[in-house]
Design a protein around this ligand. Structure first.
Ligand SMILES: Cc1cc2nc3c(=O)[nH]c(=O)nc-3n(C[C@H](O)[C@H](O)[C@H](O)COP(=O)(O)O)c2cc1C
Length: 161
């Protein structure tokens, strides 16, 4: 798949088929994701594989779109705002790499914000309050949402003389 096609064709998948993804396959996506840029090679990501028990406790509605695999991506925290921001940016890149690798293989991801609730943090055992957590459902799409058109990029560019 051409890189532009991969980037523009990726959608946030709302509903998945039940078919499992081979562990070797999603590990390969994680391995590729780890080539994300990160400051001082600190690799500030951790991945938590969320099993059925934890998933029930998290009680996401609507259940991560019935994804066969649910992963939490944890950005290491810091008391220094700049370090925390850098870690979050690096982990965002990691997640995007992962999502693109999944998409290129005909799978997809559903990004959720539920990772940052106190209840979910406790279930995941993330005690550092400055860490940031994103949970993604991963699987083969049952349906692919329509593209959400973006603003013309020129409207986001400021040109200095
Ligand atoms: C930081 C972040 C948090 C998000 N949280 C949610 C969420 O809680 N629920 C959800 O349905 N989508 C969530 N999304 C996905 C966006 O809704 C989605 O990317 C956006 O609507 C654009 O759609 P697209 O990714 O299919 O182009 C999140 C995305 C990001 C980057």
């Amino acid at each position: 798949m051409d890189i532009f096609e991969a980037i523009t064709g990726r959608r946030n998948i709302k509903l998945f088929r039940p078919d499992a993804i081979d562990e070797a396959t999603w590990m390969k996506w994680l391995e590729a994701a780890s080539y994300a840029p990160n400051h001082r090679m600190n690799q500030p990501w951790q991945v938590i594989v969320i099993g059925d028990e934890a998933r029930v406790k998290i009680n996401h509605k609507p259940n991560f779109g019935d994804a066969p695999l649910v992963l939490a991506f944890v950005a290491e925290g810091s008391d220094k705002p700049i370090e925390r921001d850098e870690n979050l940016v690096a982990v965002s890149s990691f997640i995007q790499n992962f999502s693109l690798a999944a998409h290129a293989a005909g799978a997809g991801t559903r990004w959720t914000s539920i990772g940052n609730t106190p209840n979910t943090r406790e279930i995941l055992g993330v005690t550092d309050e400055t860490a940031t957590i994103w949970i993604l459902g991963v699987g083969y799409p049952a349906e692919v949402p329509e593209v959400k058109e973006r603003s013309p990029i020129e409207t986001k560019i400021k040109r200095l003389p």
